[in-house]
Ligand binder design. Structure first.
Ligand SMILES: Nc1ncnc2c1ncn2[C@@H]1O[C@H](COP(=O)(O)OP(=O)(O)OP(=O)(O)O)[C@@H](O)[C@H]1O
Ligand SMILES: [Mg+2]
Length: 332
């Protein structure tokens, strides 16, 4: 090691340097904007400094590795969790939802990663969860109307659900997912947050859901943030992409200005850094430059956990009413 040089035996730094963090930005037709959102769970920092905006009738793809903080951001946007710091605006007004129901009352509806379906209820009851049709003046459930409308909604998408009377526990993961998406898309919300809506779907069902999203988008009243892992889906469905890495937005571009190669390269680079750090964590050492004050052991531990695919499991997802999760995971 030569004198005057900062090269030391140390860990590869996992964090994105400040100049690569996408700062706050906006457009005149934004329906949603968030700035400097941070959220930690005990020692785990899920979001460090997140800035995103969503334009009217835009489909924004939210990308990032497992554990990058995508679901956490969605949960903050819909009111299930509260950010530690940072601000949000909905259609120009300060936005601070107190619950999922409050978010929904503001027009923000969500398909959660674990779907929040109620296994014991029928397909059509799940489709009308928390917006049940009731008779008047005596408020009994109007099953006939809900059945008819449920069948129509599913036929419109083209998803094959043999019976809408069976409990959703008897459906496949892809069918459950279709119901969760249909429920949200056929509601009154004008901002939809879809957390991996295609994760359990085969090619045909996935294409149908993408068609549905396309139709909704063309109507021009609904804006969508959608978490996706498959870049083919991203380029088929999204106007713009925001990529979360290490708790910040590391890329924000119209899909027309990026490519599968560019997105893959960013993720491969992150994976390479994590591998290096994991290697060091296992006893090997690599010479890399570090800046004074870098919290090396913590970074190594986080990175090694990440490279090993570890990390604490995300907490149980919110149910439709914002309570504890009731449905089983759609992505076994
Ligand atoms: N309720 C919670 N309690 C503790 N840690 C949590 C909780 N929710 C999320 N985390 C942690 O925060 C980080 C981000 O999790 P999040 O679920 O947002 O990731 P993600 O980007 O959605 O990942 P994936 O692609 O696997 O769904 C992870 O390290 C996760 O373990
Ligand atoms: Mg997630």
């Amino acid at each position: 090691m030569s004198g005057g040089c900062d090269w030391v035996l140390a860990v590869a730094d996992q964090t994105i340097s400040d100049e690569h963090i996408v700062g706050p930005s906006s457009a005149p037709d934004d329906v949603l904007r968030v700035e400097h959102i941070a959220k930690s769970f005990g020692p785990t920092t899920a979001l460090r400094d997140v800035n995103i905006h969503l334009r009217k009738s835009e489909v924004l793809g939210l990308l990032g590795d497992n554990g990058a903080g995508k679901s956490t951001l969605i949960k903050i946007l819909c009111g299930f969790q509260k950010q530690d710091s940072g601000e949000m605006w909905l259609k120009g007004e300060p936005y601070s939802p107190k619950s999922v129901d409050d978010g929904r009352a503001h027009g923000v509806d969500t398909v959660f990663q674990d779907l929040a379906l109620i296994d014991q209820l029928s397909v059509f009851h799940n489709l009308f969860l928390r917006r049940e049709r009731v008779r008047k003046p005596i408020p009994f459930l109007s099953n006939a109307i809900m059945r008819r409308e449920a069948r129509k909604a599913l036929d419109t998408i083209g998803i094959n659900i043999p019976s809408i009377d069976v409990p959703v526990a008897r459906l496949s993961g892809g069918q459950r997912q279709a119901i969760a998406v249909a429920r949200t898309v056929s509601g009154d919300a004008d901002i939809l947050l879809l957390d991996e809506p295609l994760a359990a779907m085969g090619a045909k069902e996935g294409a149908m859901i993408l068609d549905l999203i396309q139709r909704v988008r063309e109507e021009g009243n609904v804006s969508i943030i959608m978490i996706l892992h498959n870049y083919v889906h991203v380029f088929a469905a999204c106007d713009r992409v925001s990529l979360i890495q290490d708790g910040v937005i590391a890329l924000d571009k119209p899909t027309a200005e990026t490519s599968i190669d560019e997105l893959t390269e960013i993720v491969v680079e992150e994976y390479r850094r994590a591998r290096e750090a994991a290697h060091i964590g296992n006893g090997a050492s690599v010479a890399v430059p570090i800046t004074a004050g870098a919290d090396a052991p913590q970074v190594a531990a986080q990175a090694s956990q990440k490279a090993a695919g570890g990390g604490p499991a995300a907490g149980g997802g919110p149910a439709a009413g914002g309570g504890p999760a009731t449905g089983s995971d759609a992505t076994p």
